[in-house]
Design a protein around this ligand. Structure first.
Ligand code: CA
Length: 718
């Protein structure tokens, strides 16, 4: 915890032996990272030893050698090219002059933090087919350090302990049922020798949980499920018995269970004085609540605990302590897995120990982290699903935005990507500001007639994934893309309003770092890395990064020289479903995956940017019947669109099927989609979900779409 309002009481408690930690302040982790060092991480600004730097996850570094007065002299000290060209979302760790990152496909790399000399690499060899089990790119967000080990969660659900000096595997355990669509993209945390990790997969029909493993040997110590399995009885943990009353438990039971979702795929924070571990819980599986809840068919009442909740547990035992549900009965993919920040702030004259979150649902929450009591919430971006809150902090719903199994679609803000996604925020204790990488996009939610779950492949959300496809009209598409916005917001959590806002050229910008040099650092979708004045938002410095940046920066020192590091590489949920040419008007957003490291006075240069090859569309003629194309459109929307883009318009990150060489060759297409010949590249067989006729209808639909879009390129469109 940073020393602010609470410094005096903590010192008193420390003197009484209640806190009692012998915090290391000499910056050396050479003999291993201890629990006390993690608790005292704030006193060690040379290193960055935990995901959010400190257990309160403030992502604030007191370092100020690089500051608002001299940041103009910041230059590239060194860079390292990555061997993956997918989204790069990791927060590096720095321990004693060595920098460790994870990359796409859960690889790990170690560097000399001052020179960039590579030290070692580790590749867990995640099977390529795992790519079809993930909603939002094959990303990884980072490592945890404890003792002389580093801990990694892999995309296919393993937890791996690596020797920090050599990268050798010390142990690995499988943390999920690999026959289901579980994945790990988040960074573990270590609390008192327990490695804690959750998982993802709530778009695919899994049951979420978070679990602790012994740092020594990987043995599982406890597991906390976030949703019931429908078999709860008097012997079950009380919190799950209570949850079961808020679900249609019939659909949760047995081998054809819908899973329920509630995955814990990213945020955690820890308060060592309260000994509480906080984590955020994800969306329902399927999204559409009408398929999960008791009540009349198609109405689906029920809060579906603990979806979209912030939960506090005892990390020694995994026992439930409290929860706050941000979106009762969520139905819009409104996860509460977004970054959680702990801080001690003064509200109405009283010092409060708070937890803060800007979950997807568009409200900024301030919660009492001792009790879970709701203190306040205000919308940080426009939203239309809630009309306010009752006195207990329960939202009052706008009924128009609830879509059941049938009925009219509704345009809802925010959409499934949220008002803020996984991109970390930062808190500046001197400014008392939370910086939010905010996102604005409304989405059309429409029921899918006769929807049935499919636990094999594809999105299992209970909505029509093709409802929002854009027509083949470039002007219309541009105008829709212009409504999707990205902002850097400086949010005052006491006044519950923005103090300043930077409007970005495009959405889906990077995570944040705040520093004692009065700076906020952020990469963005305009392919630059920039520094802003923490108090005013004035842009003070920027660097042309050649690629969109989504990952959060860190800062550290080696021999008293301050460095700022960020992993660059466009990707993740929005990047893979959007047309990289229309994200903003700054030119196409590319993926050129690189680690970039800066210091004052440095002047290294990036190699010349490779040319973007963008051949004209050249599809075979479209000859299929309207029925076949319609079937292909429906199947494409459900099984293909989440990776290859809505309406078959590909991103700059994943293959654009309109340009596929297999379009004109039915046999090759079937070999890919039915037989899985590209499994190692990440394109697994869909034969369990699609018949050969349906696969071919998808091919005909893509041919049809490619011809429509070729007419746009050549000006032949009406
Ligand atoms: Ca989700």
């Amino acid at each position: 915890m940073r020393k602010g309002l609470w410094a005096a009481p903590l010192l008193v408690l420390g003197a009484l032996g209640v806190v009692g930690c012998d915090h290391r302040v000499d910056g050396s982790t050479k003999d291993g990272v201890s629990h006390d060092m993690l608790v005292g991480a704030d006193d060690d600004p040379a290193n960055w030893i935990s995901h959010g730097r400190t257990y309160d996850e403030q992502r604030f570094s007191p370092l100020g050698s690089v500051n608002a007065d001299n940041v103009g002299d910041l230059g590239l000290a060194w860079f390292a090219d990555m061997d993956t060209a997918r989204g790069q979302e990791a927060t590096p760790l720095v321990l004693d002059g060595k920098l460790y990152i994870t990359t796409a496909w859960s690889k790990v790399k170690a560097f000399d933090a001052a020179t960039g000399a590579p030290l070692w690499d580790y590749d867990p060899k995640v099977p390529g087919e795992t790519a079809v089990k993930v909603c939002c790119d094959v990303v990884n967000r980072g490592l945890a350090a404890f003792g002389n080990s580093l801990f990694l969660g892999t995309l296919d659900g393993r937890l791996v302990s690596l020797d920090r000096d050599t990268g050798e595997v010390e142990w690995e355990v499988v943390t999920v049922d690999q026959t289901k669509a579980y994945s790990i993209t988040g960074a573990p945390r270590v609390v008192d020798g327990k490695v804690i990790i959750g998982n993802g997969g709530a778009e695919f029909g899994v049951r979420g949980y978070i679990a602790a493993y012994d740092a020594k040997d990987g043995s599982e110590l406890w597991r906390f499920y976030t949703v019931p399995d429908g078999n709860e009885n008097g012997e079950s943990p009380e919190y799950l018995q209570q949850a079961a009353e808020t679900w249609n438990t019939e659909v949760l039971r047995g081998s054809d269970s819908i899973g329920g979702g509630g995955t814990v795929w990213d945020s955690m924070a820890y308060d060592p004085d309260l000994n509480l571990l906080y984590f955020g819980v994800g969306n329902g599986s399927p999204w559409n609540r009408a398929y999960r809840s008791p009540g009349e068919d198609g109405t689906g009442e029920g809060d579906n605990l603990y979806l979209s909740s912030i939960v506090a547990i005892n990390p020694d035992t995994g026992e439930y302590v409290w929860h706050y549900q941000t979106t009762p009965g969520e139905t819009w993919d409104y996860t509460a897995t977004q970054h959680i920040i702990l801080a001690d702030i003064e509200i109405e004259g009283k010092a409060r120990q708070v937890l803060m979150q800007a979950p997807k649902n568009g409200f900024f929450y301030v919660i009492d982290r001792v009790t879970g009591e709701f203190i306040s919430a205000e919308e940080y971006i426009p939203q239309n699903w809630a009309e306010g809150f009752d006195k207990n902090g329960r939202p009052i719903f706008n009924p128009v935005t609830r879509i059941d199994k049938t009925g009219q679609p509704a345009l809802v803000m925010p959409g499934p990507l949220g008002g803020h996604n996984w991109h970390p925020m930062a808190y500046h204790p001197d400014e008392n500001l939370v910086y939010i990488p905010a996102f604005e996009a409304a989405v059309l939610y429409a029921p899918e007639k006769d929807w049935k779950p499919d636990m094999g492949r594809g999105f299992n959300v209970g909505f029509d994934m093709g409802a929002g496809d854009l027509p083949p009209d470039l002007g219309f598409r541009r105008s829709v893309y212009e409504t999707v916005k990205g902002k850097l917001m400086a949010w005052d959590p006491v006044a519950q309003k923005a103090r300043w806002v930077v409007e970005h050229a495009g959405p889906w910008n990077g995570g944040l770092l705040a520093t004692g040099g009065k700076l906020v650092f952020q990469g963005n979708s305009s392919s630059e890395f920039a520094a802003y004045h923490a108090g005013t938002g004035e842009k003070l410095w920027n660097f042309a990064a050649q690629t969109g940046i989504v990952a959060p920066p860190i800062t550290y020192t080696v021999d008293d020289e301050q460095y700022v590091a960020v992993l660059a590489g466009w990707g993740g949920a929005y990047a893979i479903v959007s047309d990289g040419h229309l994200v903003n008007d700054q030119g196409p957003v590319r993926n050129i995956s690189r680690l970039l490291v800066f210091k004052l006075g440095a002047a290294a240069e990036l190699p010349k940017m490779p040319e973007l090859v963008n051949l004209p569309l050249d599809p075979p003629p479209s000859r299929a019947s309207a029925e076949v194309i319609a079937l292909g459109k429906q199947k494409y929307a459900r099984y293909c669109s989440v990776c290859h883009g809505p309406g078959a318009v590909g991103s700059t990150v994943l293959p654009d099927l309109r340009r596929s060489g297999a379009l004109g060759n039915k046999g090759v297409w079937q070999a890919v989609v039915q037989d899985g010949i590209l499994t190692d590249n990440g394109m697994a067989s869909f034969s369990g979900s699609l018949t050969p006729e349906e696969s071919d209808a998808i091919r005909e639909y893509v041919i049809h779409r490619a011809n429509e879009d070729r007419a746009l390129e050549t000006g032949d469109a009406e």
